[in-house]
Design a protein around this ligand. Structure first.
Ligand SMILES: [Zn+2]
Length: 335
């Protein structure tokens, strides 16, 4: 996600203000307990293998062969799992008027259902290690950011294919989230940060049945990851956010789904909330001790396969899977 420029600095100031108002004590919320619908088991070994495969393709940076191969891989997996697949391709403008080829990948389950959930993640990887001390201008593996989010969605797609939910599921893999201006670049226009281009394009061109709510996954695989109540998720999708956190806690992942509120993140969920009005939350790793920071290895070369932990993948994957089957009116089908 973008944490670049004056826009982000002002967001961080807002964030500091909010945190100041909230205090840093963990919220003592007692999670609501609900009846758990029968949901498939999320297989973290399978999810891990999807991360390995993505990293194995090389950098998922537009114009590089790893990007092409990974896009083809996602499309083929969705197709194999019985999703109706489509792509959005175009050329869009990033920071400094740079042109980027865009490839958003979309998979739909139960296409005709009017009762739908949106699950999304960006599939491109960062072309710079601009938060690293060394080799700042080289691309990163992006095992956590965001092969992890893609892998969790693909494993959920596999689970769905084995036990169909009654609701519809829209899976969207956004391109061009992480091609924003590097921090070592001089900023001509602070608002010209160039992040989240794929989700902006998808949101601007949205048509069809609107999902009831959305879940964005970004950096959901690192060892010891914790997920907090991100500011914009709280503002735009409060009840959905708490519903997901409560389910995560009920499933036994209370060490992951933390009720601390943390500052705003300009991530793909912003355009979805603002341009379409689908309440969309962001499950993203934050630093609970320093509430404006992300994962410590964010946008560095340490974002590699070694950073990934299957238990983290399971906590997010099983929780989101349960959400799909536990939505109101969502009875597990006998299929
Ligand atoms: Zn990133």
């Amino acid at each position: 996600m973008g944490q670049n420029g004056n826009l982000m600095r002002s967001l961080l100031l807002i964030s500091a203000l909010i945190i100041g108002l909230l205090g840093c004590n963990p919220n003592r919320r007692v999670p609501a307990v609900v009846e758990l619908a029968k949901a498939p088991v999320f297989n973290s070994d399978s999810a891990y293998s999807y991360i390995e495969q993505q990293v194995g393709f090389g950098y998922r940076v537009p114009g590089m062969s790893g990007h092409q191969q990974c896009g083809d891989f996602i499309l083929a997996k969705l197709d194999a799992y019985g999703f109706t697949v489509s792509e959005q391709r175009d050329t869009v403008i990033g920071y400094d008027s740079k042109e980027f080829p865009l490839r958003n990948i979309i998979g739909k389950w139960n296409e005709a259902s009017t009762d739908r959930i949106l699950l999304c993640a960006h599939w491109d990887s960062r072309p710079f290690a601009d938060q690293d001390a060394d080799r700042k201008e080289e691309p990163i593996d992006g095992a956590n950011d965001n092969a992890s989010g893609v892998a969790v969605l693909l494993e959920i797609a596999r689970a769905i294919s084995s036990q169909s939910p009654t609701i519809g599921v829209d899976m969207v893999f956004f391109d061009l989230e992480d091609q924003g201006r590097p921090v070592f670049d001089t900023e001509a226009d602070p608002n010209d940060h160039g992040y989240c281009l794929g989700s902006k394009y998808w949101s601007e061109h949205f048509s069809g049945i609107k999902p009831k709510f959305g879940i964005l996954l970004d950096m959901v695989g690192a060892k010891g990851a914790q997920f907090t109540l991100e500011h914009f998720s709280w503002e735009y999708a409060n009840s959905e956010l708490l519903q997901v956190w409560d389910l995560g806690n009920q499933l036994g992942y209370s060490d992951r789904f933390i009720y601390n509120r943390t500052g705003p993140v300009f991530d793909d969920h912003m355009h979805i909330n603002q341009l379409i009005g689908i309440p969309c939350i962001d499950i993203i790793q934050r630093d609970v001790q320093n509430q404006t920071l992300f994962w410590s290895d964010w946008h560095t070369h340490a974002d590699e396969l070694d950073a990934i932990d299957k238990q983290t993948l399971e906590s997010v994957g099983q929780t989101v899977t349960q959400v799909i089957y536990n939505l109101p009116n969502a009875e597990p089908s006998s299929k």
